[in-house]
Design a protein around this ligand. Structure first.
Ligand SMILES: Cc1ncc(COP(=O)(O)O)c(C=O)c1O
Length: 375
């Protein structure tokens, strides 16, 4: 049987060094201030059933790749919503509605953000309208309905669902709670990012005296990645290499880093990593990512099923891990980069490295998860 290092299926599609790299704690915390980060932790840590999600050591993968440690932040059980997105949308709903019970909340979503907004609205007794594209699975729609949301399916892609959400929200005076920013809409996306930063607060306590040398951050519109960078600026006393990973078919951060300005790309084929299949980096995250990302990588969909199975079959760790499609690209890109000696050297990946990965979601789409497990 081939070892992970010999198997050619584990590979990256592209790799880019950021020529404008300049990690500035001050500029990062200017975009997402420490007081907003602290307020999010203060609020969310008081929610019912709050507890930090596990930071799992992928000891078997560490041994195979010959690093010091690989940490995996497992978000599969976050508030039973099965992804880190539970932290963002629900927090933003609470902050923008400020106890007003008459507001109707709306959003457009690839699935997990909407689930969080629907759950947050239900907790507060608010009506909720969720717009989804034709690519969002019926399973995900059902879960949002189970939280009492009206789910409205829109023809076309995510952009179409967002346009329809904005149009109907204006007509009906609904409060949009979106995780994507545009020129006069930045406050709510910042709140969602502040919510996500709770992950980094927990990690800073879970790693104890270890220092993270490399972090690989999945990006869709970049909110999660930028929130983690802000968390690094707020909570860590060292600066790891910050590597953003995207689907090869939706590399909007990589293309923007390449030219130094936001580039809208055209998605020819939607990735299986639905939450990351985005064509344009959001404004607020871009302000953070443009200088603090040290490298960008992309991966294809080829290895997703294999990674989901390996996580479930304890091939990477002693524990069984339920990791959905968006939980895989950190591992895929790490193995891919490890096999390229030039890249390894360039980014100092070696036996002293402590790598941090994000298991962003569990079986949030149970039907897709089962397909990936049995593919
Ligand atoms: C489940 C899921 N949805 C969405 C995203 C993308 O987050 P963002 O759009 O904030 O970059 C990720 C990132 O990895 C994810 O795992």
């Amino acid at each position: 049987m081939k070892t992970i290092n010999q198997d050619n299926i584990w590979s990256i599609s592209s790799f880019l060094e950021n020529k404008k790299y300049n990690f500035s704690k001050e500029s990062i915390l200017h975009v997402l201030p420490a007081k907003d980060i602290d307020e999010a932790y203060k609020t969310i840590s008081k929610w019912n059933n709050y507890s930090p999600t596990p930071l799992i050591h992928l000891n078997k993968l560490t041994e195979k790749l010959k690093f010091n440690k690989i940490f995996y932040k497992d978000e599969s059980n976050r508030f039973n919503l099965k992804s880190f997105k539970a932290l963002g949308g629900a927090y933003a709903v609470e902050k923008v509605t400020k106890g007003n019970k008459d507001m109707v909340v709306s959003t457009a979503t690839a699935g997990n953000h909407g689930r969080s907004v629907a759950w947050g609205s239900k907790k507060l007794g608010l009506k909720c309208k969720i717009f989804i594209s034709e690519y969002v699975s019926e399973f995900r729609a059902k879960v949002m309905r189970s939280f009492g949301a009206d789910v409205i399916r829109v023809k076309g892609n995510y952009d179409n669902s967002l346009k329809e959400c904005i149009k109907q929200s204006k007509q009906n005076n609904w409060q949009i709670v979106q995780d994507v920013a545009w020129h006069d809409y930045k406050l709510v996306p910042k709140l969602t990012m502040a919510g996500y930063s709770v992950m980094m607060k927990e990690i800073s306590e879970q790693i104890k005296d270890e220092k993270i040398s490399h972090v690989i951050l999945q990006a869709g519109v970049g909110g999660m990645a930028a929130a983690m960078v802000a968390g690094i600026a707020r909570y860590l006393d060292n600066v790891p290499k910050i590597i953003v990973v995207e689907p090869e078919s939706a590399a909007c951060v990589l293309e923007s880093i390449k030219t130094g300005k936001i580039e809208k790309i055209s998605i020819k084929k939607e990735s299986l990593m639905g939450g990351m299949s985005c064509d344009e980096v959001s404004l607020v995250p871009w302000e953070i990512l443009k200088n603090s990302t040290s490298h960008c990588v992309t991966v294809s969909d080829n290895c997703i099923s294999k990674t989901v199975k390996s996580l479930a079959n304890c091939e990477f760790s002693d524990e069984k891990i339920v990791g959905g499609e968006c939980s895989t690209p950190g591992i895929i890109s790490l193995v891919g980069m490890s096999k390229d000696t030039k890249i390894k050297k360039k980014i100092n990946l070696n036996e002293n490295s402590n790598v941090l990965l994000f298991g962003c979601e569990g079986d949030a789409d149970e039907e897709l998860y089962q397909k990936l497990l049995t593919a």
